[in-house]
Structures are given as C-alpha cells and as structure tokens.
Design a protein around this ligand. Structure first.
Ligand SMILES: Cc1cc2nc3c(=O)[nH]c(=O)nc-3n(C[C@H](O)[C@H](O)[C@H](O)COP(=O)(O)O)c2cc1C
Length: 305
C-alpha cells in the first residue's frame, strides 16, 4: 500500500500536515502550544506580540453570534521581554512554531523580529490585519507602500520565513499581497477577521466595549476562500488559508482554492483541540478516495476551471 504524504513545506517551514493553529486563539504559553501540536496540528502560531505589554480592551471583548464570534480583544499581550522569558524557559527546538508580531512602524516590526530571530522559533507572521486597533494591524496593513517597506525591513532581520497576514477589510487586497511579495515575503496568510459589530436591542448599546470588532468563524469562510483563490492566482509565493475552517471539507476547499496550508481558529471554541485530528483524518480519507498520494497535489486545483 502506498503511504499518503500529508507533509507540507512552506518556504522552509516544515509541517507534518497542513493544519495550523491560527494566531490569537490560544495565547503564547509554550506548554499550551505544545498540547496543540500533540493534538495533531502541523504548526502553531502564537498570539500577536508587540514591543510593550498591552492590556487590550475592557470586557465585553468577545461576543458569540449564530454564525461565529465578534471579538475586539485589542492585541493584549505581555510584550516582547516577557515573551522572550517564556521562550527561554522551554525547549522549542522541535516545535514548528511561528511567532505573530505587530507594530506601528518598520522599526517596531524589525526590533521584534531581530530579537526573536535569536531563538528557536521557526518563522514569523506579520500581523498587518488586526481589524480593531487604531494605528496598528489593518491600519498599517491597508497601505501597499507601508506593507512593502515593513516586509523589506523585516526581511533584513531574519533568514527565517516571513509570512504576511492580510486583512479582508481593504479594497485593494491584491495590491497589498503583491506589495508583501515585492518586499520579500515568503507567504501570505489570508484572512484576518472581518470588521463587524453586534448591538444589544434592549439597551440599544453596541455590546463590545470597543463597539467594533472582527467577525470570525463559519460566516467568513466563503469570503476567505475567495481571497485565497484570488491571491494565490496573482502572487507566486504560497498562501496559507484562514477564516471559518470548521471541518475537513472546509480545509479541502481552501486547498483547492490555492492554500498550501490552513489555519484553524474559532472552530477550536466549537470542537476543542480534537478538530485537528478530525480534519487530518478527513483530508486523508478524501485523498485516498480520489487516489492522490500527496496533499500537495490538490493545492490550487480549482484554478484550472
Ligand atoms: C479571540 C481572537 C483573537 C485573535 N487574535 C489574533 C491575533 O492576536 N493576531 C492575529 O493575527 N489574528 C488574531 N485573530 C484572528 C485569527 O487568527 C483568524 O485570522 C480569524 O479568527 C479567522 O479565522 P477563524 O474563523 O478560523 O477564527 C484572533 C481571532 C480571535 C477569534
């Protein structure tokens, strides 16, 4: 019997299968991220880390809707110094771990990546897409020139793969993706949450303390599939799909659209860590049924139609 090959390598970042934990879902604790890998994930992405500690927004900062969650956590994180202590406390040499970083300028991104480059993390995801923090995330990531400059500067700070996570809340996503590619990015992650809000009809108040947040979960899946399809047809670097992936069929759909790997976020709230094995099993059965030998064979197959 021929062995199925589920492994994926994206610009030097190696994973035993194409499933990854999306940024911000399970924080930055290394033991917790190890548990995600033990649960089957091929790779993990940390919560986004900035230069300084941030408390984020007051509660309520997340609200469930019938089709997903709307969150405005506000990039709460302990800051790079604390995170470095966490990294130094554990052996991460065997971990396929990507660190997500955010900042307000090329300088901040470069400082974060140069500092983290000395550790055993395997690569970086530039969060140029957080939908709800002024001066950061999507506000920096909606200008192609800024995206180009940040990516270019960051590339000088590390030889490890640099992925740029882009926002659906821009009108020119292809320009942004091309700017990242021109700046030297090794991959695009598409997409972050979609700007959204929820109002309590009894009080008339927006529920989130920040009023506006980002919608994640099943509602955004078709939006994300279209971004992956569109971007992967227009750049040469690999695309990692993210947004509403909840089952193996969703994962396959993203890969057919052009994703080389897929990230799972909100589905963990619905299904727990078991979602990784469920998706991997489903992908394997699909590949066998269709007589493929490697998961790589299905990447972008929808492009030929
Ligand atoms: C509670 C929460 C926190 C998040 N924090 C981050 C973050 O720190 N950095 C980031 O790039 N994306 C963050 N995201 C966005 C996710 O990584 C992902 O792009 C988005 O949720 C869509 O995927 P999903 O539908 O599978 O959740 C967060 C999402 C949620 C729900």
């Amino acid at each position: 019997m021929i062995e199925l090959d589920l492994s994926i390598e994206i610009s030097g970042f190696k994973m035993k299968n194409p499933t990854m934990l999306a940024s911000g879902i399970l924080g930055i604790s290394i033991p917790l991220l190890k548990r995600v890998l033990e649960a089957g994930a091929g790779g993990v992405v940390t919560k986004s880390i900035g230069i300084k500690q941030r408390d984020g927004y007051q509660t309520p900062n997340i609200v469930e809707t019938f089709c997903g969650y709307v969150n405005a956590i506000g990039l709460s994180n302990p800051g790079i110094d604390e995170f470095m202590k966490e990294l130094q406390e554990f052996d991460i040499s065997d971990m396929p771990i990507i660190v997500s970083v955010f900042g307000g300028s090329e300088l901040e991104f470069s400082k974060l990546v140069s500092t983290l480059d000395k550790t055993d993390v395997k690569g970086f995801e530039l969060n140029l897409s957080c939908p709800h923090v002024a001066g950061l995330g999507a506000e920096v990531g909606s200008n192609p020139d800024t995206v180009y400059k940040i990516t270019k500067e960051v590339k000088k700070c590390s030889k490890k793969p640099i992925f740029v996570k882009i926002s659906p809340n821009v009108t020119n996503h292809l320009e942004i993706a091309r700017a990242a590619e021109d700046g030297g990015a090794d991959g695009i992650v598409a997409i972050n949450a979609v700007r959204a809000m929820v109002i309590d009809i009894e009080t008339g108040r927006p529920i989130l303390s920040n009023k506006v947040g980002g919608l994640s979960g099943p509602a955004i899946k078709p939006i994300a599939v279209r971004y992956v399809y569109d971007i992967s047809r227009n750049v040469k670097i690999p695309v990692i799909g993210c947004g509403g992936i909840n089952c193996w069929e969703d994962a396959i759909e993203f890969m057919l659209a052009g994703a080389s790997a897929i990230q799972i976020g909100t589905a963990i709230a619905y299904k727990g860590l078991n979602v990784f094995n469920e998706i991997i099993y489903g992908i394997s059965e699909y590949l066998k049924r269709k007589s493929y030998h490697s998961v790589k064979e299905i990447i972008g197959l929808a492009h030929k139609f």
